[in-house]
Design a protein around this ligand. Structure first.
Ligand code: NDP
Length: 369
């Protein structure tokens, strides 16, 4: 059975003990090492705390902001090279109506464009627009040479045929990766433009050196936007993937088999510590706002700083993973500051990628698909 990260940390701790480095025969040293490893594994498996009484295991935090900054710095070089050739990649954002959350998302995407020097076009039709009128806007953006990427912010108002709109976006400008042609290419293992959030999760895993090949990965959620493309990317990276959804039986037991868990459920803090195998890597895609004080007091019982911040603001953003999972996981993405920053970074990366693809340039490997 592969050794979880936590066990590797315990092994590393033993390596630092002076006794361990005494000039024993190599075989003897390896035997001690292996015995310690097995004892540590057993202790973790049976929930016995290896450290001082009262101390808890604490996961390595996979900081999305740091990874985003790395990606931005790589993209900045690529954008500078394109601009030296007279090309300024451009993103068009279509925001229908006045949905406050959508407004915040679109303004952070536009801010990212400005930070990186990408051109951006902001189209804001009213919430009363018809499918036909929105199709005409998309057709116009498809035909514009200064637009490399088109983003239609979801959700769209009820009267709009959202599928028709997403299918109308030119697949070469489909930087969200939602067009059926791009989905089909991903299924076939010949990806072109891939959905940003799952692409961002892959960047977190790879840049944090989490072993994907051969790992058991469980994806919680099967949406077109996150769960399905996530599972496909992990499968193409040679993980053994299980996809769970609302009809999955024995969910905690299934999730406990995973070396890598990706939670994209839209259910506040649903993945509790008993779902997680000690040492597993847990990626929390969920974004849920809580405003109920009793709920916050329960969730943040072990996190006085988060509780204080909740009291000050009257709300907090929580993922689909319970904060206490930090005591069990080997590595964990925080919410906020985990997957979220990567979603926008991958949108920027896809826009640059689309600009290159449309002109027949070789693809730069900021994000591997
Ligand atoms: P959807 O609502 O489209 O899909 C949720 C999935 O979770 C469905 O497949 C559903 O199953 C499954 N599910 C829901 N409840 C349960 C349950 N009790 N047990 C098992 N499975 C369940 O959500 P999205 O995929 O769009 O988003 C998921 C989360 O990720 C949300 O919190 C969203 O806000 C967040 N998000 C974050 C992004 C980021 O940048 N960080 C970007 C996009 C989304 P079924 O199919 O059977 O209904």
């Amino acid at each position: 059975m592969p050794c979880p990260r936590r066990v590797r940390q315990v092994r590393a701790a033993h390596r630092d003990q002076p006794l361990y480095f005494m000039p024993f025969f190599k075989k003897f040293r390896v035997a001690i090492h292996e015995t310690l490893r097995q004892i540590s594994c057993a202790m973790i498996t049976f929930g016995i705390n290896y450290q001082q009484p009262g101390a808890r295991l604490s996961a390595r935090i996979l900081n999305g902001n740091v990874i985003r900054d790395q990606i931005y710095s790589e993209l900045a070089d690529e954008i500078a090279a394109l601009r030296a050739n007279g090309i300024r990649p451009g993103l068009a954002a279509v925001l229908v109506g006045e949905n406050p959350a959508s407004k915040i998302y679109v303004s952070s995407k536009i801010a990212a464009c400005e930070k990186l020097g990408l051109a951006n076009i902001h189209v804001t039709p009213p919430a009363t627009i018809t499918t036909g009128e929105l199709l005409a806007i998309i057709e116009d953006l498809n035909s514009r040479d200064d637009v490399d990427g088109i983003l239609v912010q979801l959700p769209l108002p009820a009267q709009i045929d959202a599928k028709k709109i997403l299918e109308a976006v030119d697949p070469a400008k489909d930087v969200d990766g939602f067009h059926s042609l791009n989905v089909g290419r991903l299924v076939a293992g010949r990806p072109n433009l891939v959905a940003c959030t799952p692409l961002g999760v892959m960047e977190i895993l790879r840049r944090s050196e989490i072993k994907i090949e051969g790992a058991n990965a469980v994806v919680l959620g099967r949406s077109d936007i996150v769960g399905k493309p996530m599972a496909l990317l992990l499968m193409h990276a040679n993980a053994t993937v299980t996809i769970c959804h609302s009809k999955t039986r024995d969910l905690p037991q299934t999730v406990r088999r995973a070396d890598i868990v990706v939670a994209a459920l839209g259910r506040t803090a649903m993945v509790t510590p008993d779902y997680v195998r000690p040492g597993a890597t847990v990626i929390d895609v969920g974004i849920n706002r809580i405003t109920d004080t009793a709920h916050a007091e329960k969730l943040f019982a072990q996190f006085p700083e988060r509780l204080a911040s909740f009291r000050a603001k009257g709300s907090a953003v929580v993922g689909d993973v319970h904060p206490d999972v930090i005591n069990v996981a080997g590595a964990l993405t925080p919410v906020p500051g985990g997957v979220g920053p990567l979603t926008i970074a991958m949108l920027m990366s896809n826009t640059v990628r689309a600009a290159r693809l449309r002109r027949g340039f070789r693809i730069h490997a900021v994000a591997r698909t």
